[in-house]
Ligand binder design. Sequence first.
Ligand code: NAP
Length: 295
Amino acid sequence: MSLPVMKLPTKALVLGGANGMLGRAMVSALREAGVDTLAASSADVDYFDADDLDDFLDEHEPDCLVNAVAYTQVDQAEDQPEEAYRLNASLPALLGVAAEERGLRLVHFSTDFVFDGKKGAPYLPTDEPNPLSVYGASKLAGEQSLQALDLPGLLVLRTAWLFGPGKTNFVRRILELAAERKELKVVADQFGSPTLTTDLARLTVALLKNGATGLLHAVNSGQASWHELAAEAVRLAGLDCRVLPIPTSGYPTRAVRPANSVLDMKDTVPLAGYTPRHWREALVEYMESFPTVTV
Ligand SMILES: NC(=O)c1ccc[n+]([C@@H]2O[C@H](COP(=O)([O-])OP(=O)(O)OC[C@H]3O[C@@H](n4cnc5c(N)ncnc54)[C@H](OP(=O)(O)O)[C@@H]3O)[C@@H](O)[C@H]2O)c1
């Protein structure tokens, strides 16, 4: 789907832009593209207080909201479903209503964990979701609450396996562990789409610029298991640590994760106007630009 408006927003408000891993990348990418961009956090506005949110939007008058706020602790969500749903389902719904009332564009991020992983091929946006975890179910509820509204400027981007500057993430954690140990065991039978936050942010800006709307997948090219991603990061860092493959059963977690959540980009690429680079290239940039992660 595409809007007749083929232009960037004039003023963007990024919720979660002050502290979030993706939020910060979104603020930088929008500013680089020349968009007047405000980074907001819960210290600036109580998102759940309708009057406070109204006043905040009146004060700043954005024409685009970017929601990078989420409850992202996948295992912890199993024990805190109310909080996960509050942030991942109720908040998008509130923002959707505000965007509808004010005629704003709204960008919202969702996840590959809406899928059950049984497809045996990369997932398209049209594939049936069937989340295995509270986190996945709460994010799906967020998508659905937005899709139920009449929002012509809505862009929902499902992304996956994020790594990037500014906050801890799987790659960074692996490098920290690999610096301390001679051997690491990493799950090799779950496959996904590793994605650099700064690449995702640039892709999002391209999609906004081209007037893309609707539900799309947004990840780097290629696919990997957690083991492949970890092994490549350790290799690039030149660390003396063996990364051994183990099955999911060897690393029990509170939340069940899909065995395959690779996201298909065929609908997104024509709207973006380019194919995002392979995650291996993105990982090289991450490691080169942020050498502190190599410990
Ligand atoms: N990380 C991944 O691998 C991954 C994979 C697939 C999809 N996604 C999606 O991508 C988006 C961005 O993820 P991310 O990894 O960048 O998230 P993140 O770094 O965990 O940031 C989440 C943001 O939400 C805010 N937040 C959390 N709890 C809050 C609360 N109770 N009240 C107000 N704000 C709160 C945080 O602010 P404070 O830091 O100030 O609390 C932070 O700005 C999310 O929609 C996520 O579901 C992420």
